[in-house]
Ligand binder design. Structure first.
Ligand code: SAH
Length: 333
């Protein structure tokens, strides 16, 4: 809490410490993960999310497997070694099987590491996907404020989500989680608890990003809790790095939606983050996957800009997927 409350020159010092720690432990190279938003079909009604079931204003889509494979095959040439498959949540036995077959095909036909980000599922489903070749899973806990979590998630409870993270870990899948910064009603104490939970979960990757109100959701018009002090989004990131020195921390897209010039993701990479996630979703669907307004890259290819950004930052791009240091140390990756 003390660190989160620093101001002025002390913030610059905090950023510097986070950047040095990132450099010493993760190195200078930026790790890349190409994200494919393969479907916006969703049965959940999370109050903040633009693709929630209750938003009738979207064209719902699902890429077919051949199209996803085509994107995957093109990724190594772009310097991308990990594919992140993200979607809304409309679980069915047949959809989960189909996803398993897709994972197996990607593993068979490309050298990519495969990450899924498709929400809460039973342990048996995670085990099946792992057997198909899934390497990693991303599932944010969103907030540690249990009452706030319950209010925002009519279809999901906090304990079940944490159990999902534990199942994934026990299955030997690399686990990423994280939270939104500045949900309406959150306090600095919530933020501190969020950071501490990341540490306690001993995560391989931690994604955090500013909450941005979407006009077609119940939170339309709600202000970010740090609207009067948006620098708090970087303070949170720098403190997160200090408490999780060995975790991969992405410069998430939402930073670009809040900070335009210099772009938020560039700043994040100098204040603790070590991962960049170019969006490689086919252009014609990007408009229909807006979790929040102001998402960058809707009119162009996100991966076209990262090379320029990296050279502006003077940072090389990693030549491999960057398996978790913990696993490398154990000799399993
Ligand atoms: N259905 C998957 C993927 C969700 S999208 C899942 O629930 O895991 C990935 C992340 O986007 C979410 O975990 C959430 O933290 C973030 N997100 C959603 N709506 C947002 C908003 N309005 N502002 C900022 N981040 C948002």
């Amino acid at each position: 809490m003390e660190l989160l409350r620093v101001r002025g020159a002390e913030r610059a010092a905090l950023y510097q410490r986070a950047d040095t720690l990132r450099q010493q432990i993760m190195g200078d190279a930026v790790f890349l993960r190409g994200i494919v938003e393969f479907s916006n079909v969703c049965g959940n009604d999370c109050h903040y999310c633009g693709i929630r079931a209750g938003n009738g204003g979207l064209r719902r889509y699902r890429l077919d497997d051949d199209e996803i494979l085509a994107v995957a095959r093109g990724m190594p040439a772009l310097g991308l070694h990990t594919i992140v498959l993200q979607s809304g949540e409309a679980p069915s036995v047949s959809a989960d099987r189909r996803l398993g077959r897709l994972i197996a095909r990607i593993k068979r036909e490309t050298p990519l590491a495969v990450t899924l980000s498709v929400g809460n599922r039973p342990r048996a489903t995670y085990a099946y996907w792992r057997d198909c070749g899934m390497d990693r899973y991303l599932l944010r806990f969103e907030t540690t404020d249990a009452a706030l979590f319950a209010r925002l998630h009519p279809d999901c409870d906090f304990a079940a989500r944490i159990a999902c993270l534990e199942h994934l870990r026990a299955l030997g899948v690399q686990v990423g989680s994280g939270f939104m910064i500045g949900l309406p009603g959150e306090t600095v104490e919530t933020l501190a608890r969020n950071i501490m939970l990341c540490r306690d979960l001993d995560l391989d990757m931690i994604g955090i990003g500013p909450f941005i109100a979407h006009p077609d959701t119940p939170l339309a018009g709600c202000r970010n809790a740090y609207a009067d002090d948006p620098e708090m989004h970087f303070v949170a990131l720098a403190v997160l790095r200090q408490f999780n020195p060995r975790a991969h921390i992405p410069a998430t897209t939402a930073y670009d939606a809040v900070f335009r010039e210099p772009p938020g993701r560039d700043l994040a990479l100098r204040r603790g983050a070590d991962v960049f996630m170019p969006n490689v979703t086919p252009l014609r669907h990007k408009n229909d996957y807006q979790l929040y307004p102001g998402k960058p890259g809707l009119d162009g290819e996100d991966h076209g800009v990262f090379a320029a950004r990296m050279s502006r930052l003077g940072r090389p791009v990693a030549s491999g997927p960057g398996h978790a240091l913990r696993l490398v140390a154990a000799g399993t990756a």
